[in-house]
Design a protein around this ligand. Structure first.
Ligand code: AHR
Length: 326
């Protein structure tokens, strides 16, 4: 599911919340909706693939603290979809009050989400989305990945679109909404320009795979490559090492555009080794916690909440770095 520009499904959300309130306790004291009741939440995180993910996990753990009225059961699935489905199933068996899911991939969620619904346990998506029917989850708190890709693509088109330019792409995890939607937004934005995509492969959102795949690109295309678009900072940072090892200057010989704007990426941008970063805000915890509290209390929530992103060039990165929170 891509970010929709309208808010839909309010009635539906209300219905899910009503059937949920008071039913999912399983030993927990939550469900009545009072602020003094502890809410047990199972959080199925993707893994720990990137700096963005670390910041997101920290934001979630801070928001779902005991002091805020939560008992958080945390699972990171090491980016293995089957392990993440098993984690959600285990949360259902434990009878948690709500499940928060950052889905690794878009597909394959129908069965387990139906099981959660049958058990009257509401599911709230955070970060990425699923292709399953919207009535299988209560709400989604996330980012407009397609717009992030489009912003990156527009910058590339504006700066390099009028002269022949060879581009390589490091894609995020195959089948994730973050990778699919960023690719759509980016490809649409560079349509009709003089940019040629030489190659596009997944680096799984990790530094190590970004480096390995970039090494392969450099071996195959050498100095034909003018430009790299990496779906996240970490893959771009891995590629930096490969570019330097090949005797080329990142940011000059090969221009680099990434997504995330974590501190390491912003430092590379401020140092002139990256050329442009589109932000993907990982600080979703507070909003997700607010939505979970409302859903468990039987209050209505929107079907989706989109957190706004910014974008930075080298000068803007220098100015923003000192106050960067992640
Ligand atoms: O889903 C968000 C993406 O996941 C971030 O851009 C990436 O760094 C992370 O692994």
């Amino acid at each position: 599911m891509k970010a929709k520009k309208t808010l839909a499904g309010l009635a539906l959300v209300g219905a899910i919340a009503l059937t949920t309130a008071g039913c999912a306790g399983g030993g927990s004291t939550a469900g009545g909706g009072g602020d003094d009741k502890v809410i047990t939440v199972g959080f199925a995180q993707t893994g720990s693939e990137s700096g963005w993910r670390s910041a997101n996990t920290e934001s979630m753990k801070t928001a779902f603290s005991e002091a805020n009225g939560f008992n958080l059961v945390f699972n990171a699935a090491d980016n293995k979809p089957e392990a993440q489905i098993a984690a959600v199933r285990s949360f259902i068996n434990q009878g948690v009050d709500a499940i928060v899911l950052a889905p690794i991939v878009t597909d394959g969620w129908d069965d387990v989400l139906k099981e959660a619904k049958d058990a009257n346990i509401p599911v709230i998506l955070e970060d990425r989305t699923v292709s399953a029917s919207e009535d299988l989850y209560a709400s989604w708190v996330g980012l407009d990945f397609e717009k992030e890709g489009e912003t990156a693509g527009k910058w590339v088109a504006d700066n390099f679109g009028k002269t022949p330019t060879n581009l390589v792409v490091l894609e995020g995890t195959t089948g994730s909404s973050a990778a699919t939607d960023r690719a759509t937004g980016f490809n649409d934005a560079i349509k009709g320009t003089d940019i040629t995509v030489l190659d596009s492969q997944t680096g799984n959102f990790t530094r190590a795979e970004g480096k390995t795949v970039m090494e392969g690109f450099l071996q195959k295309y050498g100095s034909q490559i003018n430009l790299l678009f990496a779906h996240n900072d970490d893959m771009g940072l891995g590629a930096l090492d490969a570019i330097k090892a090949a005797g080329l200057k990142p940011g000059t010989d090969i221009k680099i555009v990434t997504i995330d704007a974590v501190k390491d990426g912003m430092t590379a941008l401020a140092d002139g080794e990256f050329n442009y970063i589109v932000e993907c805000n990982p600080l979703l915890g507070e909003k997700v916690a607010e939505v979970v509290k409302k859903v468990v209390a039987g209050e209505s929530v929107d079907k989706q909440y989109i957190v706004e992103d910014q974008a930075f060039d080298q000068e803007q990165a220098k100015a923003a770095l000192p106050d960067r929170k992640y």
